[in-house]
Design a protein around this ligand. Structure first.
Ligand SMILES: [Zn+2]
Length: 287
């Protein structure tokens, strides 16, 4: 093997490592977004770990035997920061956010691909295989995300929206359901010739973002989510009964069970179950 061959192999290997590191950064970052999606601040250790991964990608891309490549350093940092900001926007827009964040969130299905043009230009100008590999991987992930979003709805069951669910929706939408659906990008809402239905979440799909729908838009909890919560509470109660643990419904769940004839309240976003802990039935035993 000649020296040139060996350095080419090393280049391909480090490019593959840089790509893998970017995938790890992406996954860690996306996992971190469950915090803002649930209206809480991200945990510091997880944020630091994700930041460290991103720094590693940038370092691997811009450092070589020849020293530091400033152009690669700047481009990779700006590219990763811009892309992660775009990816984060929909999670932050679960709460009222600034105009740019709301804008990015609205175009969240494909906004990542807006960086494709700049990435191609940068990749052509800077002959750094590691940088090219990272940008190619990142754009491939965004393309897969876009394709998956386009396939939204496949395998989802349609629930007709009626009675109080429909009247609350109509009130919040000021009777213009089409405009409301478009403004808030509620893709679960299906409007066809007078019929209003909801494309429900399933075990295999992402859950409906009900913090956004219930707490921000003032809608009732989607019928799918209510059904899943009901099934889940029966499952938990069954498991507690099997263990012989004394348990009962509390708060809003109890109110719904009594007032609504066993149903959950329309806007319920949790189920409150209390358990009597004793010397025999300890918390450790339950968990
Ligand atoms: Zn749902």
């Amino acid at each position: 093997m000649t020296g040139t061959d060996a350095s080419a192999y090393v280049g391909i290997f480090t490019a593959a490592v840089a790509s893998a590191l970017y995938v790890a950064t992406y996954r860690s970052f996306v996992y971190l977004l469950r915090y803002p999606r649930n209206w809480t601040s991200p945990s510091l250790p997880e944020t630091l770990a994700t930041g460290a991964l991103a720094v590693l990608v940038v370092a691997l891309v811009s450092l070589s035997a020849n020293g530091l490549d400033i152009a690669s350093l700047v481009v990779s940092s700006v590219f990763i920061a811009a892309l992660l900001s775009i990816i984060a926007a929909p999670a932050y827009a679960f709460r009222p956010a600034s105009r740019p964040v709301e804008f990015l969130a609205k175009h969240g299905d494909y906004a990542g691909l807006w960086l494709l043009g700049p990435a191609i230009v940068a990749g052509l100008i800077i002959p750094n295989i590691k940088l090219q590999a990272v940008m190619l991987t990142a754009m491939a992930i965004e393309a897969i995300w876009f394709a998956r979003q386009r396939m939204f709805g496949q395998g989802r069951q349609l629930y007709p929206l009626k009675d109080r669910d429909l009247s609350v929706l109509k009130t919040q939408a000021k009777d213009d359901l089409k405009a409301f659906r478009r403004r808030h990008h509620i893709r679960e809402l299906v409007l066809s010739n007078d019929a209003v239905s909801w494309r429900g979440c399933e075990k295999t799909t992402a859950p409906c973002p009900f913090n956004l729908y219930v707490n921000r838009l003032g809608l009732n909890t989607a019928p799918c989510c209510r059904e899943h919560m009901k099934d889940l509470s029966h499952y938990v109660a069954g498991a507690l009964s099997k263990m012989g643990a004394v348990h009962w419904l509390e708060g809003g769940s109890l109110l719904g069970a009594i007032r609504e004839n066993g149903a959950l309240l329309d806007w319920e976003d949790d189920v409150d179950i209390s358990v009597l802990l004793t010397a025999d039935m300890t918390w450790d035993k339950l968990t």
